[in-house]
Design a protein around this ligand. Structure first.
Ligand SMILES: [Zn+2]
Length: 208
């Protein structure tokens, strides 16, 4: 079967998380294959752009920041610089290497949300959430660990068990523990307790 002809090509590859360095496994599995394909297209004089960037949002960054006594911004800045330099030194030929913290991404994400919200795609519900009484803070799903109710793995996260792959909610964990203090979290009503559900019930946009 002949290849489909594209007028132009946008190539991207998984955004590395800015909470640690990249290693040879990342390069071999993701970035080198994409780079080879991009170089092949360029050699054929195709119209191609190769785009990637650091993912600077999410719980793994805040967890590392707490462990190292730094701010999440300091962690993201440190590892973005390190990862960017590693890619340059390995010769990965991105046309653009950006960051998810760029203002344009905030604007785009906000536009998606407000457009969907204006169309009443979300349903507002209130729910209790685990609270760490020692740290005095509500816990995102990834800040809670416990025993998986499906396979008995002792270190499942509040959103997923990495042993059996089950998707979980924190209230399903047996013997939940706060990953911040190690204490047993209690269920409490958050001050701003709105959990937004897509009407399709795909999942909860948590982290309030
Ligand atoms: Zn499991």
């Amino acid at each position: 079967m002949p290849d489909k002809i594209f007028k132009r090509h946008t190539i991207t590859s998984a955004l590395p998380y800015a909470n640690g360095p990249i290693h040879i496994g990342h390069l071999a599995g993701v970035y080198i294959p994409a780079d080879i394909y991009v170089r092949y297209l360029r050699s054929k004089k195709e119209d191609v752009i190769f785009v990637c960037g650091s993912d600077e949002h999410g719980v793994p960054i805040t967890i590392r920041a707490k462990k190292e006594g730094k701010t999440p911004q300091e962690i993201a800045d440190t590892y973005n610089a390190l990862i960017k330099k590693s890619f340059e030194e390995f010769g990965i030929s991105f046309d653009i290497y950006a960051r998810t913290s760029n203002a344009t991404h905030y604007q785009t994400a906000s536009d998606f949300f407000t457009t969907l919200n204006d169309k009443s795609v979300f349903r507002e519900i209130e729910s209790d959430q685990y609270y760490d009484e020692e740290q005095k803070e509500f816990l995102a799903d990834r800040y809670i660990s416990g025993t998986c109710p499906k396979c008995g793995h002792p270190d499942a996260y509040g959103d997923q068990c990495e042993n059996c792959g089950s998707t979980l909610s924190p209230s399903e964990l047996i013997d939940p523990k706060s990953m911040l203090s190690g204490s047993k979290p209690v269920l409490k009503k958050p001050n701003i307790g709105i959990c937004l559900w897509m009407n399709t019930n795909l999942g909860c946009a948590s982290g309030f």
